[in-house]
Design a binder for this molecule. Sequence first.
Ligand code: HXC
Ligand code: NAP
Length: 278
Amino acid sequence: MFKEDSLRDHKILVTGGGSGLGLYMARGFVALGARVVICGRDREKLEGALEHFADPTRVSLHQCDVRDYEAVGQMLEREFDEAPLTGLVNNAAGNFLAPTEDLTPNGFKTIVDIVLHGTFNATHHFGKLLLSRGLKGSILNIVTTYTETGSSFVIPSACAKAGVYAMTTSLAYEWGSQGIRVNAIAPGPFPTEGAWKRLVPTPEYEEVFKKRVPMGRFGRPEELVNLACFLMSDLATFINGECVTIDGGERLGGGQFNFVTQLMPRPKLKELMKGMKG
Ligand code: HXC
Ligand code: NAP
């Protein structure tokens, strides 16, 4: 479906694009001809990321904390002055595992500031700059599969991502009429250093985590990249207000009889069920 120039006329800001899934997506956009802007708090990380791009001359980087509304505005204005952005991927996030009773108010606030306020800050500036120039654009928010269900031990992230999802659907309608699409991706588990060191503490834990996915494996970066490229491209111009889950089916684990696959190997299970037939 993709051609080498599928994103040729696009210029996309990826927040948190210096590592992990943000870097993979930014690289994917450049490989399809886009120019990208990446930002993060750590300048060294951003500079180190440059070598991973097929064409680093198509990348500009900004040391910028998405929690800082003014700084985000300055970054976007500078980029728009040079050439307007066509896309924004709100990918920067913070998260950690903690029993809720042990959270401090600042721990909760820190995550909500990065994820929810950070997404608002970038979205607000980006939308205003597009609207004031009469330009179209596309916003992609990276949420999680527990946006809908909630999840133990990651309450600040669950609350913030639910807010980002509400922003996605609300703005898809409000700005859709102005030619700005707003969509989301809800990834299942994709091993990245940033997520794994904070959320997957031991190999045993990782094994249990993997078993939750019916496909028996974690996501591969290129699978997420393909989806992000599609949603940001002109192949998806009528998709608006959608959240696409990409998790190998992990979210469906609550199905009432799903547990039986954990009880015994499939041939034994088949035998057991055959024996129950009248
Ligand atoms: C409890 C914690 C904590 C922890 C930090 N805090 N880590 N509380 N358990 N493990 C508390 C601190 O005590 C402090 O509160 C407050 O949070 C701020 O901590 P700082 O270290 O000062 O914050 P900062 O330096 O801004 O770092 C932000 C961070 C850090 C979010 C805490 O982890 C970070 O930089 N994360 C960025 C990358 C990231 O998180 N990637 C994972 C995304 S994965 P007090 O009260 O003491 O001042 C993801 C996907 C989920 O979202 C799904 C995966 C399958
Ligand atoms: P990651 O590598 O830790 O990426 C997070 C990025 O955000 C980093 O580059 C970090 O850079 C940046 N960042 C954090 N706080 C920031 C701030 N205040 N301002 C600007 N940038 C900031 O983790 P990841 O796994 O790739 O996660 C990427 C996205 O996918 C997140 O939205 C996450 O919630 C989502 N997600 C991931 C998974 C998964 O399995 N990996 C699953 C579901 C959803 P600096 O430290 O330099 O600031």
